[in-house]
Ligand binder design. Structure first.
Ligand code: HAM
Length: 430
């Protein structure tokens, strides 16, 4: 048997309803904040990611899944922002009224060392806001992420924020970093040695434990912010304070992607081990112009769905039971099963109920066992007598109560009335 690759996961029907819970909540909260869904391809020209994510990042240097095609070299998206902005630009959304607010639920691919919460193929819920430069937009995007995590029972996730300034403030900061790292240059990993000249801030983000130890006391960007960037950050902080959104300023967050300017943030969950960042985002005011578009401010975030689900399980989120069957119709004999199929189709079409009939030729007892296994809410048995007389009963599988029905007249109405009445009485106190 050919098996699944490491770094990728199957989602079985017993788990997919958990994914749907997250996906639905995400789409609902996105609507509350006025975001609409956008879809874009799984792969792009490699150059798009090199230019936007940045050639000195781990993602571009080590983690991209790239194939040489006939006309170009293509890469499976390692994240959503670059492809999303390419689509926004190419489809003229920048000519519409601002801000444009879009969200996406995508798979993404990074060739990293596989571990819990770190996969080759993973999934993101992402949201991007284009055309708003004001710190109130940063506050709104962070509030959106916070609201979604709270909705998913993850109020425990801590928000860390920072400002990594603009290219102006970074010039002075890069000099300070080079000064700091110069004595350790030979000890850094080979990738970081090459980053020293081009982008010394990336050294702070290196995953190697040796480099991490060296970078521990490196200067922090917050000490080098220009007046405008500082003011932007201060205003964001007071807006978050005003909204009652708790945060910690963490001057060590630089993020692993090059397009960020000013605000960056991460949500950390303490319940899922080493890969604890469940959401990351920030402002990227230079990305759209870097791609050849007009200078346009933008910002957003993405959540790792696998990590979010791990965290939800860790905090004991109640996903409920996946309920898949309202009525199971057991039948014996060819005429009886034909009748069962007709009743099932009519009830599905007229009432929107989830109805199952026997399709595997099981014996009567085995059919009853199966009805229990799939947690059918009601059972209808059609045997020879029921078929001949038209008299049968629907059994509430939880209470055992039987309601008489006429198979030849008003079956759907009786079933619907019973279903509704049982639901109402189940909600009433004894
Ligand atoms: P990112 O921090 O690279 O940001 O990824 C966002 C989230 O995706 C992470 O916080 C993590 O939960 C999840 N994630 C990343 N890599 C993996 C992996 N190998 N396995 C499992 N989960 C993973 C971005 O991707 C930016 N595009 C976010 C953004 C949107 N910034 C502005 N707009």
């Amino acid at each position: 048997m050919i098996t699944r690759n490491k770094g990728a996961e199957d989602v079985m029907p017993s788990e997919s309803y958990i994914w749907q819970t997250v996906e639905r909540a995400a789409a609902n909260v996105a609507q509350l904040y006025g975001f609409s869904e956008i879809r874009f391809p799984t792969f792009e020209k490699t150059e798009l990611f090199v230019r936007s994510v940045g050639e000195t990042t781990d993602v571009v240097q080590k983690e991209m899944w790239t194939v040489k095609g006939r006309e170009s070299t293509y890469t499976l998206r390692p994240e959503g922002t670059a492809g999303c902005m390419r689509a926004v630009l190419q489809n003229g959304l920048l000519n519409e009224s601002m801000p444009q607010k879009v969200y996406y639920q995508i798979s993404a691919f990074r060739h990293e060392n596989v571990q819990k919460g770190r996969l080759w193929e993973f999934h993101q819920f992402g949201a991007e806001m284009v055309g708003a430069a004001d710190p109130s937009a940063d506050a709104e995007v962070i509030a959106f992420a916070r609201e979604l995590l709270d909705t998913l029972g993850l109020s425990e996730a801590r928000l860390h924020i920072n400002s990594i300034g603009c290219p102006e403030c970074r010039r002075a900061y890069y000099d300070k970093l080079r000064e700091y790292f110069a004595p350790y240059r030979e000890q850094l990993c080979s990738t970081c040695q090459s980053r020293f000249d081009k982008n010394p801030m990336r050294i702070i983000d290196c995953k190697s434990p040796e480099d991490k130890a060296i970078a521990k006391d490196a200067p922090v960007i917050t000490d080098y912010l220009c007046d405008e960037c500082r003011e932007h950050f201060d205003t964001l902080r007071s807006l978050l304070d005003g909204m009652g959104i708790a945060y910690e300023v963490d001057p060590r967050i630089v993020r692993g992607l090059d397009y960020y300017t000013r605000t960056v943030f991460e949500f950390i969950s303490d319940s899922i081990g080493a890969q604890s960042t469940i959401c990351g985002g920030g402002r990227y005011d230079g990305l759209i112009s870097e791609m050849g578009g007009p200078q346009t401010p933008a910002l957003g975030f993405a959540m790792g769905i696998e990590r979010v689900i791990l965290a939800m399980k860790a905090v004991g989120y109640d996903f409920g039971e996946p309920s898949v069957c309202d009525l199971y119709i057991a039948s014996m004999g060819a005429d009886e099963s034909r009748r069962a199929a007709v009743i099932a189709n009519s009830l599905r079409r007229e009432g929107g109920f989830r109805v199952e009939t026997e399709l595997c030729g099981r014996g009567f007892k085995a059919q009853l066992k199966y009805a229990n296994k799939i947690k059918a809410k009601y059972l209808l048995v059609i045997g020879q007598t029921e078929l001949e007389t038209g008299k049968a009963s629907i059994k509430n599988m939880k209470t055992g109560e039987q309601t008489p029905v006429d198979l030849n007249s008003g079956f759907n109405d009786t079933f619907m009335n019973t279903y509704v009445a049982d639901r109402v009485s189940a909600e009433l106190p004894d």
